[in-house]
Design a protein around this ligand. Structure first.
Ligand SMILES: [Zn+2]
Length: 722
């Protein structure tokens, strides 16, 4: 480990940190396994891949023994469902997205030592053996329960995969666990006409046997380990753990009924696989095995520092369930830290892959070739480290143009240009006797930066660390402005007085040493930029070693440097408006698009994401609907049902009674005379003892407000809608 400077000495954090690093001989970094069910978006990058990469690159520059492992999570129900919907095999689904995700991560220079996948044999073997050990040690509870089953597709159904009519508000597409129109919590038994989302079959109850991991047996140990032992964890992580632990842990099934996944390694368990959340984190162990024969050093020795980088939706798995599994197994180290990030929203709205409200990484690299570092910069400068943050294209442009271009790039460029103009393209000497206060000030800044930045990175405060680096470039610009070396030069540089030339030399010498320092400091964050800077300075990679940070003799006097080239380009308004438009258009399109490309953004399998899109239908399906324009003749509240209104609707050829769940939104007297669109051939259904004959169409905005769908001018009741 490199020496520490004065600024660090005497502080508790500094002492503690030195202690920590002395104890750890090696570091193992993991980043959440992305779910191989769709491409990755910038929220994934900001959540865990970028911070993990920054941390790893920094530790590598520190010459520490570090490995960075990851891979695709390729099991779980959503993959089988997607395969079923697309008419391809689960293997085809994961092959496609594993390749796409891996490529996107490489393009963004996320420098995994290995990026593996959980469908590999080594992982199947590792996860099976892990399960078998816990089983042999008698740590599972075996239980038989009844679960909903789709006989057509021969699949057990999670509540989310059952839909039907909400008994409260009549929403025809309520889920087995919740109605999203009225917000009621439901169970599948309560749904009217329940059906499987996979096949439309009516789900039946079927007995099934599973192995449960009794988390409650680890509750006391977890409380001590986290709540007492890891108070240094980030507040958002610690807080979430505390609330899980305070509300009490329960047994959780670690197996599932499915044919896709890791087979339960016990006799007579055909059609049963390990629960995806049991097998996925073991993927970190498997990937390390694949990477090196010395894998056990990283997993089984107490002097390994294990760090899991994840998004906040994975906290419970990485801080509670996986550590309990590791503890139960007994042979493995536990994480030293789990620096989870919060979520990154896009243009003020939550990322929704089903609504296509996302910025996809594979599209970004196509739209902004050579600008990978710009995205890395913006996502780190605006990282959701402590709370949800917002990505906007305008902010992306501003940060590029006013920070990367105007501060960092500008400083590097000015120093190089002036050196070529005023110092013959060579690193000028430093005249110690002539150093003024400005020179001494910038020297102090250079010498002090190393401890500041490394302290912040070790604390997982990447945003602040990056700020310090940019701030140093900002100080460089200020220094140049104060010194104005161009004013000291004669119109013909050869005629500059010796005294003035020495002043110029000092200024540009320091600017160039500062530039070399900036390359070292920016390298973990913007590796491609650091590489470009090395090229301009004609120096080798070794200069980027962290121990060189803060030094003032990185470039030798008299060394000739290349002609300057711009590090960053300006991003134009037109590029930004094109992206905003693309985002809005893509999102709009997805509203009417098939759920074929419904993509889960995160790897949580507990509750599939809410989707606003539905499975694709054929025209014939649509043509089955008899849509008519109706006019509301009267409306009245339904007794003992807050949400329901009984409507009498004139359909021209007849009058109908329709019960509708809109009472919280409209008063009966308000809607008399309104025209509405009625699904006229919907099978009748009793609600609170009233037979409802049809349904009216309502639009629902994002705040849950209902708006009538009706013709934009009055038409005759009974007119067809098609
Ligand atoms: Zn409802």
């Amino acid at each position: 480990m490199s020496d520490t400077t004065e600024a660090d000495q005497g502080t508790i954090a500094g002492t503690k940190r030195r202690q920590e690093m002395k104890d750890y001989k090696r570091i193992l970094v993991t980043a959440a396994l992305p779910y191989a069910n769709g491409p990755i978006h910038i929220g994934h990058l900001a959540g865990c891949y970028l911070p993990a990469d920054i941390y790893t690159r920094y530790q590598r520059a520190q010459k520490r023994d570090i490995r960075f492992v990851g891979g695709s999570d390729e099991h779980g129900v959503p993959i089988t469902i997607r395969a079923m919907k697309e008419g391809i095999s689960p293997q085809q689904v994961v092959d496609k997205y594993h390749a796409l995700i891996k490529e996107s991560l490489e393009q963004m220079n996320i420098s995994f030592d290995i990026y593996s996948r959980t469908s590999n044999k080594v992982h199947h073997d590792t996860a099976s053996a892990f399960f078998k050990k816990l089983y042999d040690d008698g740590l599972f509870e075996e239980k038989e329960t009844e679960q909903y089953y789709d006989e057509k597709t021969k699949t057990f159904l999670a509540d989310r995969y059952i839909t039907g009519e909400c008994p409260i508000c009549g929403n025809p597409n309520a889920y087995g666990d919740q109605c999203e129109r009225c917000g009621s919590s439901l169970s599948p038994e309560q749904l009217i006409n329940p059906k499987s989302t996979l096949s439309d079959a009516v789900p039946v109850k079927k007995k099934t046997r599973h192995w449960y991991f009794p988390l409650q047996n680890y509750e006391n140990w977890l409380k001590e380990w986290i709540l007492e032992g890891h108070k240094e964890w980030k507040n958002n992580v610690y807080g979430q753990c505390k609330s899980w632990l305070d509300s009490g842990l329960q047994s959780r099934a670690m197996t599932r009924d499915s044919n896709w996944g890791i087979k339960v390694p016990l006799p007579n368990t055909e059609g049963k696989v390990l629960y995806v959340w049991f097998d996925a984190p073991i993927g970190y162990i498997s990937a390390t095995k694949e990477l090196t024969d010395q894998w056990a050093d990283y997993w089984c020795r107490e002097d390994t520092k294990l760090v899991h980088f994840i998004g906040k939706d994975n906290i419970v798995f990485h801080c509670i369930i996986f550590p309990a599994m590791l503890k139960a197994h007994g042979n493995f180290v536990l994480p030293d830290n789990v620096p989870a990030n919060e979520f990154l929203n896009i243009e003020g709205d939550k990322v929704s892959t089903s609504r296509n409200w996302a910025v996809w990484v594979h599209e970004y690299v196509k739209d902004f070739p050579g600008c990978e570092d710009v995205l890395r910069y913006v996502l780190c400068a605006n990282a959701p480290e402590t709370k949800d943050n917002d990505f906007t294209w305008k902010d992306f442009q501003d940060r590029n143009n006013s920070e990367l271009v105007a501060i960092f790039g500008n400083f590097v460029n000015r120093g190089m240009v002036l050196m070529h103009k005023l110092c013959n393209g060579k690193v000028p000497p430093l005249h110690q006797d002539l150093l003024d206060d400005f020179d001494k000030g910038i020297i102090q800044e250079i010498e002090g930066i190393k401890t500041k930045v490394e302290y912040l990175i070790e604390q997982y405060k990447f945003r602040e660390a990056l700020y310090e680096v940019i701030d140093l470039a900002r100080k460089g610009n200020k220094y140049l402005q104060e010194k104005e070396p161009w004013k000291k030069a004669a119109p013909n540089p050869a005629e500059t007085s010796q005294e003035n030339q020495k002043q110029i030399d000092n200024c540009l010498h320091l600017c160039l040493q500062l530039t070399a320092n900036l390359a070292i400091l920016i390298n973990p964050f913007l590796p491609a930029t650091a590489k470009k800077m090395l090229h301009l300075m004609k120096v080798v990679d070794k200069m980027l070693d962290w121990e060189n940070a803060g030094k003032l003799k990185l470039l030798s006097i008299g060394y000739s440097l290349r002609a300057p080239e711009l590090l960053f380009r300006k991003i134009e308004d037109a590029e930004i408006s094109a992206q905003v438009e693309k985002l809005r258009a893509g999102s709009l399109k997805s509203e009417v698009r098939s759920a074929k490309s419904e993509i889960r953004s995160q790897t949580s399998d507990f509750k599939p994401q809410t989707s606003n899109t539905k499975a694709q239908i054929q025209y014939d399906d649509f043509a089955k609907l008899d849509l008519k324009v109706g006019t509301i003749l009267s409306a009245e509240k339904v007794e003992k049902a807050d949400k329901l209104l009984k409507l009498e609707i004139d359909l021209g050829y007849e009058k109908r009674i329709v019960v509708s769940g809109i009472a919280l939104h409209f008063k009966p007297e308000e809607i008399k005379g309104k025209q509405v669109i009625v699904v006229a051939n919907l099978a009748p259904r009793k609600m609170k003892g009233i037979e409802s004959n049809g349904m009216i169409l309502m639009a629902e905005d994002k705040d849950g407000k209902l708006i009538f769908v009706n013709p934009d001018q009055s038409v005759q009741s009974g007119s067809s809608v098609s």
